[in-house]
Design a protein around this ligand. Structure first.
Ligand code: URA
Length: 237
């Protein structure tokens, strides 16, 4: 596919549009061994060899990363006050990556980071009912009655009740531990579902989304590329 050279270089994260123009003017970029002359010149990323100061650049149209979001950062690409999830991804090729969906600032756990807009749309579409499983610590005794209520759907102040959700009680006491699987992604959904039954989520972590499972060895703040199996499972949904 033919692509403008400056667009190609900015998408690879070589620099901003004006920085890559300077690099081109300074003859630091070559295409098939010849110094590039114009930022708007077209290149074929499959066939042309583009080098920066003699180093070959490789173009990945899409990148996919599994990120273990720590508490304290926002699920956005930019923020004037807080650290964003993107601040943790220091070693990526592309500069147009974004988080697929949002976790609250105090929520931890699995977040997919990609630049594949079509896949993100599929995963977030309410019509696709993608399962998301959360682990939570809840102030208050979570009971069998809550399990039944969540199965039927609860009123969180939206037009309709929540869709059937699977609540598993791991331990119950003044602080209960649970796992909850939902197929929607309403704002603060898990917290609001527990509020609807008079309880408060005090810790929340996403364990899985669709076929993706948070790997145990990935510490908060760490990320890794999706492996071939994870990518295939996502794409053949
Ligand atoms: N539900 C919530 O309440 N918060 C999240 O971050 C995710 C799901």
């Amino acid at each position: 596919m033919a692509l403008r050279l400056d667009k190609y270089l900015t998408e690879l994260g070589v620099g901003t549009r004006s920085e890559v123009k300077k690099l081109i003017r300074a003859k630091q970029i070559t295409v098939n061994g010849e110094p590039a002359v114009r930022p708007e010149q077209k290149i074929d990323e499959q066939k042309d060899e583009v080098c920066l100061r003699g180093e070959k650049l490789s173009y990945a149209a899409f990148e996919y990363y599994l990120f273990h979001k720590p508490a304290g950062c926002v699920s956005a690409t930019e923020d004037t006050v807080h650290r964003t999830v993107m601040d943790y991804l220091t070693d990526t090729v592309r500069s147009d990556l974004f988080p697929v969906g949002r976790l609250d600032i105090d929520t931890e756990g699995l977040l997919l980071i990609t630049n594949d807009g079509a896949l993100a749309h599929e995963l977030l579409s309410p019509a696709k009912h993608v399962e998301k499983t959360y682990y939570a610590k809840v102030a208050g005794r979570v009971t069998k009655e809550d399990v039944n209520l969540f199965e039927k759907g609860v009123d969180i102040g939206e037009d309709a009740l929540t869709k059937p959700a699977k609540l598993v009680i791991l331990s119950e006491g003044i602080l209960s531990e649970i796992e909850l699987t939902i197929t929607e992604g309403k704002f603060h959904q898990v917290k609001r579902m527990f509020e609807a039954v008079g309880k408060k989520v005090v810790y929340l972590k996403r364990l899985s989304m669709g076929p993706l499972v948070l790997p145990e060895e990935l510490a908060p703040g760490e990320y890794r590329p999706l492996n071939a199996g994870e990518l295939a499972a996502l794409k053949c949904r």
